[in-house]
Write a protein that binds this ligand. Structure first.
Ligand code: FES
Length: 167
């Protein structure tokens, strides 16, 4: 009971055994399962996985742009081609507002959203220290295959701050 992905006994999904359903847990004898049965296996730790990611994806905070932004940073993800644009308002070395526009996957949108929350009210030095790990941690984790998406947010923030310094 450790695998996350569905185990396909054969190629057709005639019936499904869901091991997340407690009644079915540990009760499946694979030698007796009919071919065509799809078995969904999950480990317990993952039960409420990615709740926060989904919440930020479905209700992202600080979407949009800032007129006359102090700094704008844009970054593209070479892995998938997704793009994120971050707008910062900076006053007395403090980020007083942050907004983003992200053309990308759910994880990119969730990481953009949570990272704006993380940097508003922070000094530029603090915001520059924000790592993609901080962003992932703030979301309570991301699926491994989506960790590359979290890099966008911290880079877009860095680019926006660099853009501010250049002005
Ligand atoms: Fe492109 Fe997530 S798949 S940022």
């Amino acid at each position: 009971k450790v695998k996350k992905d569905p185990v396909y006994v054969s190629s057709n999904d005639a019936s499904v055994i869901d091991l997340e359903n407690e009644d079915n847990e540990e009760k499946v004898d694979l030698s007796k399962v009919e071919t065509g049965t799809k078995i969904i296996v999950n480990d317990d730790e993952d039960d409420d996985d990615f709740e926060k990611v989904i919440e930020h994806f479905t209700s992202p905070r600080n979407v949009g742009s800032i007129e006359n932004a102090s700094g704008i940073g844009e970054v593209g993800n070479p892995v998938c081609g997704d793009i994120m644009k971050m707008f910062l308002k900076i006053e007395n070395n403090i980020i007083t507002d942050a907004k983003f526009k992200t053309f990308g996957c759910g994880a990119a949108i969730a990481t953009s959203s949570v990272s704006t929350e993380l940097i508003i009210g922070k000094t530029l030095e603090e915001a520059l220290e924000l790592s993609n790990k901080d962003v992932v941690d703030a979301l309570g984790g991301l699926p491994d295959a989506k960790v590359h998406c979290s890099v966008l947010a911290s880079e877009a923030i860095r680019n926006a701050i660099a853009n501010y310094y250049k002005k």
